[in-house]
Design a protein around this ligand. Structure first.
Ligand SMILES: Cc1cc2nc3c(=O)[nH]c(=O)nc-3n(C[C@H](O)[C@H](O)[C@H](O)COP(=O)(O)OP(=O)(O)OC[C@H]3O[C@@H](n4cnc5c(N)ncnc54)[C@H](O)[C@@H]3O)c2cc1C
Length: 571
């Protein structure tokens, strides 16, 4: 569906403004438009339309000059963004260019961004497990963070709401550390993983290897067909954009749905500079935008504003929203804006070989992994590190690389290459990190971007807690794989910088007390109630699950609350 961009931007006044059109902004747009609000979505990047703007979606590998891989020029010109998981010649158009969007790394931080309509929803990995009550309560229970103002029961119905609409595949496993949701059937569990799962059940009571949950349509329902989406074809080329709409992105799902209501206006090339605070009204009155191409400054007005520019950009926008009332950034009476930034520990992995199963294979290019559900620090603090961790796991057959008597030539060699090789197992860590005041972002005092907006300074790092978690992960995963009969078990610590996990969170955290937090239980700024922040910036802690589905659930919840408050005349 065309988003009819050009005709729509004549009006300067709307009921609601949404800043950012990615995973969370798409949800804000859908909910606000469906609930009757004339909504303007401001997006700094170019427009991307489902299908029309997926130039490589069906390109075969041999038509790419480098088979879709990164070439030296790309790497030299973009040393940062080319590190991103899955980045390649086949999908580089959905990532920023380093030189266009500088920031200052006081400590190494790989800030991975996709500036376009759809944001990172086009390139995300699509893992969508729910948080459990353990994750909401652990920081306060074990004394390494503040209490959340909400718990699992507050978001459970909103998880269901989101899951049904975007389509999640998974299995109901009945585990308290990873609650079940509204699932379509999962992809098959392959033979070695089924074997490892069984061995874990025999050897442990607390180690559960199960299907992770993924935003892929394995059995599309009417609501998905109504979105114009179809079944996942197991091509595993998602990051190019899916012509079938097999995975969820805001471009294939929430934004066109919002457009159908007739209430959506979307304006690309609109770099939000700041939110305007009206001292007389005591609330925000609109948003100041710089046109990315013409540099023209435009002010849009609205009764409510949803900030969904992704975690660090939402921090930047608020820090840059200065007024007499808020000289240090909008809603920043506590002085904590930009602080307590956290991320996911993605430093560790384990590989192994497993014999046998040579008569077994799998269907297609399965785009999903399994999860070994967190078993650490659930009921009590039992390790020398804080937090829990999720382990993603998969098993695959490598390509058979035979050595024939004739060497690597000839018909027999070619025939052999068509045979799959032996099985290998790979596991990697997704661990909770502890939000710390010292891990922060702030505005540069003297350096600006091409739109005259101060550059963001990132001062965020891993710590000893994270390294102790890595050690435990290595020991435990090696032991489990050994018990399952794996061989050649190798452990790795890639020592990567924060940011590369692409799960940055915090800086505008939710909380019960305005002295220690920026947002209340409805994601409203404590001191400016018509501004809602519902992306990763709102996170008071990181949990160990992939975070984006929680941003979607919180967004839908906050948008519905905002509309009801508007109807009551409170906003
Ligand atoms: C390779 C990869 C794998 C990932 N895997 C997973 C996964 O498996 N599971 C998971 O939960 N998460 C995953 N993520 C993370 C996920 O993509 C993000 O958590 C999610 O996209 C955040 O949603 P958002 O709406 O906050 O930000 P985004 O989706 O990034 O959208 C933000 C939008 O705001 C726009 N914007 C920014 N600043 C401004 C401004 N000043 N003015 C106007 N517009 C602005 C941006 O251009 C962008 O379009 C992955 C990410 C990547 C890249």
């Amino acid at each position: 569906m065309s988003l009819n961009l050009k005709d729509d931007v004549a009006s300067l006044t709307y009921d609601a403004i949404v800043i950012g059109s990615g995973i969370s902004g798409g949800w804000a747009a859908k909910e606000l438009c469906e609930q009757g609000l004339k909504t303007l979505v401001l997006e700094r990047g170019r427009n991307v339309e489902h299908n029309k703007d997926y130039p490589t979606a069906t390109t075969p590998p041999w038509e790419f000059r480098y088979r879709g891989r990164i070439n030296r020029q790309q790497q030299e010109e973009n040393p940062l963004i080319t590190k991103a998981a899955g980045y390649g010649d086949d999908c580089d158009h959905f990532f920023v260019k380093d030189a266009d969007h500088p920031y200052i790394q006081e400590k190494p931080f790989d800030w991975i961004r996709g500036y376009q309509v759809g944001g990172k929803s086009l390139t995300w990995g699509r893992a969508t497990q729910r948080w459990s009550e353990f994750e909401f309560t652990a920081p306060e229970r074990f004394g390494y963070g503040i209490g959340w103002p909400i718990g699992y029961q507050d978001v459970a119905p909103w998880y269901s709401h989101v899951e049904k609409f975007i389509g999640i595949c998974g299995n109901k496993d009945g585990l308290e550390a990873m609650p079940d949701g509204e699932f379509m059937k999962p992809f098959d569990m392959n033979a070695p993983l089924t074997h490892i799962k069984q061995k874990l059940n025999e050897n442990y009571t607390d180690r559960h290897l199960v299907h992770a949950r993924w935003a892929h349509l394995t059995d599309p329902q009417q609501v998905h067909l109504d979105q114009g989406r179809g079944k996942c074809q197991a091509r595993n080329m998602c990051m190019r954009g899916c012509p079938f709409g097999g995975y969820f992105s805001s471009v294939s799902s929430t934004l066109p749905w919002a457009k159908k209501t007739g209430n959506l206006t979307i304006r690309p090339h609109s770099v939000v500079h700041s939110i305007i605070y009206d001292e007389k009204l005591g609330k925000a009155s609109g948003v100041r935008v710089i046109d990315a191409n013409t540099k023209e400054v435009i002010e849009y007005k609205a009764r409510i504003i949803f900030l969904n520019a992704s975690a660090l950009n939402s921090n930047l926008v608020l820090l840059n929203s200065k007024s007499n009332r808020f000289p240090n950034g909008l809603g920043n009476d506590s002085g904590l804006l930009g602080k307590y930034i956290a991320f996911h520990n993605y430093r560790a992995s384990v590989s192994a070989d497993i014999d046998g199963f040579l008569d077994k294979y799998y269907f297609g290019r399965n785009p999903t992994d399994l999860i070994l559900v967190n078993f650490r620090n659930l009921h009590k603090q039992e390790t020398d590190f804080h937090g829990g961790y999720t382990t993603f796991m998969n098993a695959y057959r490598d390509q058979h690389t035979p050595e024939t008597e004739q060497g690597q030539v000839g018909a027999r060699y070619k025939d052999d290459l068509c045979e799959p090789g032996s099985w290998h197992v790979f596991a990697y860590l997704q661990g909770e990190t502890v939000p710390k005041e010292s891990n922060h972002v702030r505005l540069s005092e003297d350096k600006k971007d091409q739109w005259g907006i101060p550059l963001l300074v990132t001062s965020v790092s891993y710590d000893d807690n994270d390294e102790r978690m890595v050690k435990d992960f290595h020991t435990q995963t090696s032991e489990m794989l050994e018990k399952a009969g794996c061989k050649n078990i190798q452990t790795y610590n890639n020592k990567q910088a924060p940011g590369l996990d692409i799960h940055e969170m915090g800086g505008v955290r939710m909380g019960k007390d305005p002295k220690t937090s920026l947002l209340n239980q409805w994601n409203q700024l404590h001191q400016c109630k018509n501004v809602f922040v519902t992306d990763g910036a709102c996170m008071a802690s990181t949990g160990n699950q992939s975070p984006s589905i929680l941003y979607m659930a919180l967004t839908a919840r906050a948008a519905t609350y905002a509309v009801s408050e508007m109807k009551k005349g409170n906003l």
